[in-house]
Structures are given as structure tokens and as C-alpha cells.
Design a protein around this ligand. Structure first.
Ligand SMILES: Nc1ncnc2c1ncn2[C@@H]1O[C@H](COP(=O)(O)OP(=O)(O)OP(=O)(O)O)[C@@H](O)[C@H]1O
Length: 274
């Protein structure tokens, strides 16, 4: 993306000196009475503008439930989620979400270009603007040459690139990702991790990723939140002081990377055994 565009689309929230996302004692109980399942007990954290947060935890920790409360697909039964100072009551316009299952998030009857353009049309009526923004996003993920193809004609990694392009072209103030690389092979996964890191950094975007992968969490994030088992709380918040831009070989070869990874691994293993 061009420098001009990056400046143009700097999220408004970043001008203000307040967190983009604020969770205050968020709790979620499914059902009621004897059938009630307390999935989240109490989770509080702030995400500052430009930060990348990773959320990890043992299986069944409540990651999906928490994420759905953040994006407004579920309402918390306790506490509050504020996005840009407003209580989240449904998916906010300035949020984009990339799910693990790209095959279900892309519309198979629409071309790659059409999939990417669809959300942009909500914001921009001018056809040329929509086209230009889609062009930029497709170029950023290296898929300009397949814009007329359909998602099912592409590999899994390419489909997930389209989903990422669609989210980025929408120019969200915050990018939320739910295990976006989980079903991809190691090389494609590393490529897409770097792609997201680069674009998020260039656009100074705020981002939050839920992942099962401890290496991925440390590699991508400025802070990692480790969740307890359900009913969920934050077991520990870990700062990642590794230099940016990150690099798959040198960052992962840094002794501090290994220390952080071992620490989080031990913590999750200990939590899972509780
Ligand atoms: N719709 C629902 N109704 C009742 N209980 C639910 C529902 N969805 C999730 N739960 C329960 O809430 C808890 C947290 O589930 P959730 O799917 O959020 O965890 P997760 O960390 O995303 O799991 P995983 O790591 O396996 O993907 C679990 O005990 C689960 O059984």
C-alpha cells in the first residue's frame, strides 16, 4: 500500500489517547438455572491503539466465547466491552474479523475481487474508490493476478489471503483474528503471519488474535494474555519485548523468544492439569 494511503487511513481512534478496546469484568454464562454453564468468570483488559494482542489458553478455555463477546456476536452476561468508548451491542462497523474457516467466510459464488469489494461498498459509494481499495489490498497480499477467479479455484492459503485482503481493504480500526492460520501448512502460515505483521504495522492498526499456537502468539504480539480453564480469567499477562519488525529466523532464534515460549508453555500445561 502507498505511503499516502497509509496516512489517509490511520484510524481515528489512534488520535485519541484512550484504549481502543476495554473489557471490564466481562463474564458470560450460557443458559440459566440448573443448565447454566459459566464459560467466562471475569476478564478485564485494555488494548491500546497500534497494539497487537494474542490470547492463548488451554483447550476449552473460553477463547471463542470471549472473542464472540468482543465482536458483539454474543452479549456478555456481566461487565462491559467498550470499543472506541462505546458499549459493544453487535458487530461494530469499524471492526473486521478473520475467522479460521476461510471456506465459510468467503462467498463461493462471488469472484475474489467481488468478495473483497463487498464490505468496502458499505463505506464508499464511489465505484472507482471501491475498485482502488480492492486493488491495493489484493496487491498487498500478492493476489492481483487471481482477482477474477472464485475462492474454490484457489488453494487454502490463497483463500485465507483473500479473507485477510477483505478485512484490510475494509480499513478497520481493529482487526480481530480467530485462529486465522490454524488450518494452513507451516510455510504458508509463516508467510501469512509476516504479511499480517507488515500490514498491521504499516497501517498502525490495532489487532487481536486468538491462537492455540504459543510460538505464533509470542512471534506476533506485543502482549500475550494467557487464559485459565473455563470459567475463564486471565492467568497472566506477558509483555513481549522483542524488537520489531520481527523475523521468522532471527526473532525465533532470540533467547528471550525461547524463554517466553517455555514460560507460556509451562503455564498452560500447569493450568490444564489443575
Ligand atoms: N453454546 C454453548 N452452550 C453452553 N456451553 C457452551 C457453549 N459454547 C461454549 N460452551 C462452554 O463454554 C466453555 C468455553 O468454550 P469455548 O468454545 O469458548 O472455549 P475455547 O477456548 O474456544 O475452546 P477450544 O480451545 O476447544 O476451541 C466450555 O466449557 C464450553 O463447553
Amino acid at each position: 500500500m502507498t505511503k499516502q494511503t497509509m496516512t489517509d487511513i490511520a484510524p481515528a481512534a489512534q488520535q485519541a489517547d484512550r484504549p481502543v478496546l476495554e473489557l471490564t469484568e466481562v463474564g458470560k454464562t450460557y443458559g440459566s438455572g440448573r443448565d447454566a454453564v459459566e464459560a467466562i468468570r471475569s476478564v478485564s483488559f485494555d488494548v491500546r491503539a497500534g497494539e497487537m494482542i494474542a490470547i492463548v489458553g488451554p483447550s476449552g478455555a473460553g477463547k471463542t466465547t470471549l472473542l464472540n463477546c468482543i465482536v458483539g456476536l454474543l452479549s456478555a452476561t456481566k461487565g462491559a466491552v467498550l470499543f472506541e468508548g462505546q458499549k459493544v451491542k453487535g458487530p461494530p462497523e469499524a471492526m473486521a474479523v478473520v475467522f479460521q474457516d476461510y471456506s465459510r467466510s468467503l462467498l463461493p459464488w462471488r469472484s475474489v475481487r467481488s468478495n473483497v469489494e463487498l464490505p468496502i461498498r458499505k463505506k464508499h459509494k464511489d465505484r472507482a474508490t471501491v475498485r482502488a481499495k480492492a486493488d491495493e489490498a489484493l496487491a498487498a497480499v500478492g493476489l492481483s493476478h487471481v482477482d477474477r477467479k472464485y475462492p474454490w479455484q484457489l488453494s487454502g492459503g490463497m483463500q485465507q489471503r483473500v479473507a485477510i485482503a477483505r478485512a484490510l481493504a475494509y480499513e478497520p480500526d481493529i482487526l480481530i483474528m480467530d485462529e486465522p492460520f490454524a488450518s494452513l501448512d507451516a510455510i504458508v502460515r509463516a508467510e501469512l503471519e509476516d504479511l499480517v505483521l507488515t500490514i498491521v504495522r504499516e497501517l498502525n492498526m490495532t489487532a487481536l488474535i486468538v491462537t492455540h499456537d504459543i510460538d505464533e502468539a509470542v512471534y506476533l504480539a506485543d502482549r500475550v494474555f494467557v487464559l485459565t480453564k473455563s470459567p475463564t480469567e486471565i492467568a497472566e499477562e506477558i509483555e513481549v519485548p522483542l524488537a520489531k519488525p520481527r523475523h521468522q529466523v532471527s526473532t525465533k532464534g532470540d533467547p528471550r523468544f525461547a524463554q517466553l515460549r517455555s514460560h507460556i508453555y509451562s503455564l498452560i500445561t500447569e493450568i490444564a492439569a489443575r
